[in-house]
Design a protein around this ligand. Structure first.
Ligand code: ATP
Length: 303
């Protein structure tokens, strides 16, 4: 399988400052929706700027479409759509006119504009001035701009930042559709684990300029398939004795708390039901040791 983006020990520092990227090796396979996940300041935007040539790389670590980036500058960028810096939208112009302007600037045919508006769900709003658009609509218009050249690769830096849940969902659905129906490989950064979990096939986790994990999303999820549930209930010791044969490995944490180790998350509702049916008074249920906990511990600066 070809990697559309590949970096080999990519390092970078701004000026004489400390390294912002430290030996980052990324592998983004063709056809992937690759989530680049990390907290603020981890180095995501810097990586995006390097991949899109906004800042020049300091070595020769980046390959795009199987060839070194340095040997393909600037022609390769016609195969890449990106939304890395703030999109420059003309607020007093309509969505269509913004797209026409970009098409002229890039020397591409305006014929694709109606299809692009349709694709990003703005077919009925194309004639409205962009100043009347919501943030989510502006973001979708910016994605339409990035798609005008029919790119094989889309690079998006925090595309859902600042959007409400509805706007986030629209962008997510758009990206999944683009990937499925148009075969676009997508490299998207975010600091939100649940977003990446919902739409990505692959994930790379970066913290302090270092890659902490890279792999398929299902590999990452499988690591956390078991479910540890902490139950707060009336009398932990009595219930533990009764339930031990059914749930081997359970542990009394203190007088009112038991931790159950279940093989999968799907086993949780059945366990809760059996406790309630048996007459237990449950005050609280908490899942522990999931992907979220692991991500937080990974990026915890004290560790
Ligand atoms: N132009 C610059 N000059 C000097 N340092 C910079 C510059 N841009 C970013 N940095 C520093 O580089 C580090 C990585 O920043 P970067 O913007 O790549 O992180 P990020 O993961 O994208 O985070 P965010 O989501 O907050 O943008 C940070 O410590 C930041 O302060």
């Amino acid at each position: 399988m070809v990697n559309i983006i590949e970096t080999t020990a990519l390092s970078f520092g701004y000026g004489r400052h400390k390294k912002v990227l430290d030996n980052v090796s990324l592998h983004i396979p063709e056809g992937a929706i690759y989530g680049f996940l990390g907290p603020n300041g981890a180095g995501k935007s810097t990586t995006m700027r390097l991949l899109t040539g906004i800042i020049p790389e300091q070595g020769n670590a980046i390959r795009l479409f199987g060839e070194p980036l340095r040997q393909q500058m600037p022609g390769v960028f016609s195969k890449i759509g990106s939304l890395v810096e703030q999109p420059a939208l003309y607020l007093h112009l309509s969505g269509i006119d913004n797209l026409r302007y970009i098409a002229r600037l890039r020397g591409v045919s305006p014929k694709r504009i109606p299809a692009m508006l349709e694709l990003v769900g703005l077919a009925n709003d194309g004639k409205r001035k962009v100043k009347q658009y919501s943030l989510g609509m502006k973001q979708r218009l910016a994605i339409a701009m990035a798609l005008l050249d029919e790119p094989a690769l889309l690079l998006l830096d925090e595309p859902v930042n600042g959007l409400d849940p509805n706007g986030i969902q629209e962008i997510r659905q758009l990206l999944m559709r683009l990937n499925r129906e148009n075969g676009v490989t997508i490299f998207v950064s975010s600091h939100l684990l649940p977003e990446i979990e919902k739409m990505c096939t692959h994930v790379g986790i970066i913290h302090n300029g270092q890659l902490k994990f890279e792999g398929r999303m299902d590999e990452l999820s499988a690591r956390f398939a078991t479910a540890n549930i902490v139950v707060t209930l009336g009398d932990a010791v009595r219930w533990a004795e009764r339930l031990e044969p059914l749930y081997p490995g359970l542990m009394v944490l203190h007088a009112r708390q038991i931790r159950f180790m279940l093989p999968t998350k799907e086993a949780v509702p059945g366990m809760v039901r059996s406790l309630v049916d048996a007459g237990a008074d449950i005050y609280e249920l908490r899942m522990e040791g999931g992907l979220e906990d692991w991500f937080m511990s990974l990026i915890d600066t004290n560790k």
